[in-house]
Ligand binder design. Structure first.
Ligand code: NAD
Length: 363
């Protein structure tokens, strides 16, 4: 019988990583998750505790990787480790940059020794505030190398450089996914990203903050679609050796997104405006022709459906935390947010992100 592959996922306790773990386990793979819980959470992987094909190692990829890993046979290494939201990656910029550079190098060396295929979760942020629209993989980007986002953007650019140098030197098979805005269950309420901000504010009945005029555009990819794209890219056996955009090309303004969330949650939240954060890109939209051609991949989940699942997740999470029994038969849009749930949502949003940093948020 053919042995199922074993996958190491660095950053596996995070939003994307835990959804990727679920998908790989469902496909019969073995998963080793490595995480330092900087932004990941035990609750994202608690349900896998009794799964014999899942194991967890608490480690920081900046440090030497645990010796126990050397004894495991690993076929695929996914490097998803890196705080991804501005307030989190800016709260310790040095650690963010080193995670991308030293951490990626450690995992590349590990993959080389294990003869494993390596995939880097890179980002659309490497395009900076793009002067080309939509962004194709051949565009080199327009990044501020000294601003507050540089620890993330330049870190990922350097990580890509390392990965492609390993590939050119034939030290291993490498893949790079440039991920655009992704949303869905297991995002953190306090991560300062636009979808989690707007959904939690709408559910709590709080004012919804729009930064700038709200005319800046984003495109939002449902996490299940992204995970499918990551697996297809890892599986890809063809000869193309460059980075591949993964995201949803359906572009919309932040204002349109807010209107949709208000409608889906039946929220009466008011919209308030704040100044745009530093280096906030005005337009962001992937050109995914390459992913379509190479991987036969395109997002399948429509925004309303993805938002419904995300709203349900945040509502359930807040209700569970506030000890209210959830009622699966009721649509979240129709659910009235209780005072305790609302209080819990406010706490979730404020946890661990200092006020000063939160004013920078808008991804
Ligand atoms: N979610 C998005 O919209 C998006 C967009 C572009 C790129 N990405 C990339 O995808 C990856 C996953 O993003 P996410 O949204 O799941 O973020 P996340 O913050 O939820 O997950 C990142 C995980 O990495 C872990 N981590 C961070 N530094 C580490 C270190 N030094 N050692 C070990 N573990 C470490 C965190 O604890 C967390 O579990 C990131 O690399 C991110 O740059 C995500």
């Amino acid at each position: 019988m053919k042995r199922k592959k074993t996958c190491l996922i660095a950053g596996g306790a995070g939003f994307v990583g835990s959804n990727l773990s679920d998908a790989l386990l469902a496909g019969g793979f073995e998963v080793i998750c490595v995480d330092n819980f900087r932004t990941g959470r035990t609750t994202n992987i608690d349900h896998l505790k009794r799964e014999p094909r899942f194991s967890f190692i608490e480690a920081d990829i900046i440090e030497a990787l645990p010796a126990s890993l050397g004894r495991r046979r690993v076929d695929w290494v996914f490097n998803l480790a890196c705080a991804a939201s501005p307030p989190h990656y800016q709260s310790d910029p040095e650690h963010t940059l080193l995670t991308s550079v030293i951490g990626t190098r450690n995992l590349l060396s590990y993959a080389e020794q294990a003869r494993a295929r390596f995939l880097l979760a890179s980002t659309s942020e490497i395009y900076g505030d793009p002067q080309v629209h939509p962004q194709t993989e051949s565009y080199w980007g327009y990044v501020n190398p000294t601003g507050p986002r540089a620890c993330y953007d330049e870190g990922k650019r350097a990580a890509e450089t390392l990965v492609f140098d390993y590939g050119r030197a034939e030290r291993g098979e490498v893949r790079v996914a440039r991920i655009f805005n992704t949303y869905g269950p297991r995002m953190r309420a306090d991560d300062g990203r636009v979808v989690s901000n707007v959904v939690t504010q709408a559910l709590a009945g709080d004012d919804i903050t729009i930064y700038g005029a709200g005319t800046q555009t984003r495109s939002f990819c449902y996490v299940g679609d992204l995970v499918e794209g990551l697996i297809r890219l890892m599986e890809y056996d063809g000869s193309y050796g460059g980075a591949v955009n993964l995201g949803n090309p359906a572009e919309m303004t932040i204002h349109e997104l807010v209107e949709r969330v208000l409608r889906l949650t039946s929220s009466e939240s008011r919209i308030v405006r704040r100044p745009l954060p530093v280096d906030d890109p005005q337009r962001r939209c992937p050109d995914i022709s390459l992913a379509k051609r190479l991987l036969n991949w395109a997002p399948q989940v429509r925004l309303d459906e993805g938002l419904r699942r995300t709203i349900a997740y945040f509502a359930e999470d807040a209700a569970a935390a506030a000890s209210f029994p959830s009622r699966p038969n009721r649509r979240p849009a129709a659910r009235k947010t209780s005072a305790r749930t609302s209080e819990r949502l406010a706490k979730m949003k404020n946890a661990s992100v200092p006020q000063m940093e939160r004013t920078l948020t808008n991804s």
